[in-house]
Structures are given as structure tokens and as C-alpha cells.
Write a protein that binds this ligand. Structure first.
Ligand SMILES: [Zn+2]
Length: 267
């Protein structure tokens, strides 16, 4: 399957059909998303042995693939029960971000804090690796989870007090403490925590390995297992965990790949 042809086909479908609702934007880069038209008979799609989200829009079936931030430039192969689809991952220059933290424990955690972080990371990773049935026949349309201006903070190579750390796996939305945070799409609350780095956090499952995450909250209004409608209040902006000021950290994970949340919003 020629991917370039598939993309032009997708654009034609976008522009020519008034019933076309909304799919994430394609961005073939580490931390991006591939929106792949697939044949109706395709039942199983996987990448790195992880199941891929399948959906329908305007009578066309699609596989929506999250591309991990660690993906090198070059070819990757998406497996389907009808053969494999090659994607050509493009270079993308994520900016560097140098952050000065007053609390050195967020740069060099103690052994106890490190052990705590590892337990918390394992719990969050188990959620990212889960794959629940689709919650609707179409792809969930996303809206911003809180008000505020945001720029391309996803994927930044980060240095805390000059020490290199993992790239930024979400999008930061600066906002005052106490501002309302809402569910950006319908889903089920699958995780709540008060984590060492992430502070007060909510994880929402939108089905088929699509998980959203909201961190540094001052208050959590939901409980695990709660079903949410789009726009329902889930908590309040805060500055808990490793932060330099109040903001909402919004993460999106798809097939266990942390991807750019901006790709889920209408342009
Ligand atoms: Zn952040």
C-alpha cells in the first residue's frame, strides 16, 4: 500500500464529504499520529505487537496509530491481517527547554522518592497498555480540557537544573489555580493519583488504547470507574508535583505511545 496515495485519498474524503466528522491530524514524526485508510475486511492491526485503534468515518475504515516519541527517522511497518503498511517517519526538531527548579528533590530524588516514582510509573504504564472495547463507532471528537493559550510544549527535550531528562510527553496549558478542567471527550476514569512528579492526576480511557491524562491538579472531582460525558467537570487546575507554576499538563497516549495532544483538536 502506498502511503502517500492513502493520504491524498484521505484528504479527498475530508474535503468532499459533508458527513465527515473528525479524525486526528496525521503527522508522521516521533510523537505524531498516522491516520491510515484500511480495507473493510481488515480486522486486526498492530504496531510493535500492540493493538491499534480502528474506526469508521464516512464509510471508510481507518487505523489510527500513535508513533512513540523514541521512534527514529525512517521506515516503520504497521502489521495488519491483510499485510503490512510501511510508514516513512520524518525528522522533526523538538525545541530544548531548560527549567530551573528550586526543589532539588525533583531533579535528584532520594532512594525513597525514586522507589515511589517507579511504583507510580508502573501503575500509569499498566493503564497505557490496556486496550478496552471502542466506546462509540466513530472516533471521539476532542475539545481543549481547559481554557488558556498553549504552544508546542509537547516533545521538548528537557533539562532540569542543567540535567537532561525525558522529553516532555504532554502539552502544558498555563492557567490559574482553581480554573475548571473538563473531560475533552467521553470516557471512563481509569486512574487517580497524587504522584511524585505529576501531582494530583486523572487518567481517562476513551477506548481502544486511547488514554488522556491530566496532571498537577489542585482538586479532583471524579472517582475511578466513573463514566464521563464530553465537557463534564473533572477537577481544578493546580501546581502539585514537579512544576514551576500553575498549569494543566494534558497528555494523550495511543497504543502506549505518548503523542501530541494538539493533533486531536480541530485546526
Ligand atoms: Zn507538562
Amino acid at each position: 500500500m502506498c502511503y502517500k496515495k492513502s493520504i491524498s485519498l484521505l484528504l479527498l474524503v475530508c474535503c468532499s464529504s459533508s458527513s465527515f466528522a473528525f479524525l486526528p491530524q496525521t503527522s508522521l514524526r516521533a510523537g505524531g499520529i498516522a491516520v491510515l485508510p484500511i480495507s473493510e475486511q481488515t480486522q486486526h492491526v498492530s504496531y510493535q505487537n500492540k493493538p491499534i485503534l480502528l474506526t469508521h468515518e464516512a464509510q471508510q475504515k481507518y487505523a489510527i496509530v500513535g508513533i512513540p516519541l523514541s521512534t527514529p527517522v525512517g521506515k516503520i511497518a504497521i502489521q495488519t491481517d491483510q499485510g503490512s503498511i510501511d510508514l516513512d517517519i520524518q525528522p522533526y526538531a523538538y525545541a530544548e527547554q531548560h527549567i530551573q527548579l528550586k526543589e532539588q528533590r525533583y531533579v535528584e530524588p532520594s532512594a525513597t522518592e525514586l522507589a515511589r516514582y517507579k511504583t507510580e510509573a508502573a501503575a500509569q504504564n499498566a493503564i497505557y497498555q490496556s486496550f478496552t472495547p471502542a466506546q462509540s463507532t466513530t472516533f471521539p471528537q476532542f475539545i481543549a480540557p481547559t481554557q488558556g493559550k498553549f504552544s508546542n510544549s509537547f516533545g521538548r527535550k528537557r533539562f532540569f537544573n542543567q540535567e537532561a531528562r525525558a522529553p516532555h510527553s504532554g502539552l502544558d496549558i498555563p492557567a490559574p489555580i482553581g480554573q475548571q478542567v473538563i473531560a475533552p471527550a467521553a470516557g471512563t476514569v481509569v486512574g487517580i493519583g497524587d504522584y511524585f512528579f505529576n501531582g494530583k492526576t486523572i487518567l481517562i480511557d476513551h477506548g481502544q488504547g486511547l488514554i488522556s491524562m491530566f496532571c498537577h491538579l489542585s482538586h479532583i472531582d471524579v472517582t475511578v470507574g466513573q463514566q464521563l460525558l464530553q465537557g463534564e467537570k473533572i477537577g481544578l487546575v493546580g501546581k502539585t508535583g514537579r512544576v514551576t507554576g500553575p498549569h494543566l499538563h494534558w497528555g494523550m497516549s495511543l497504543n502506549d505511545a505518548r503523542v501530541d495532544p494538539q493533533l486531536f483538536l480541530a485546526k
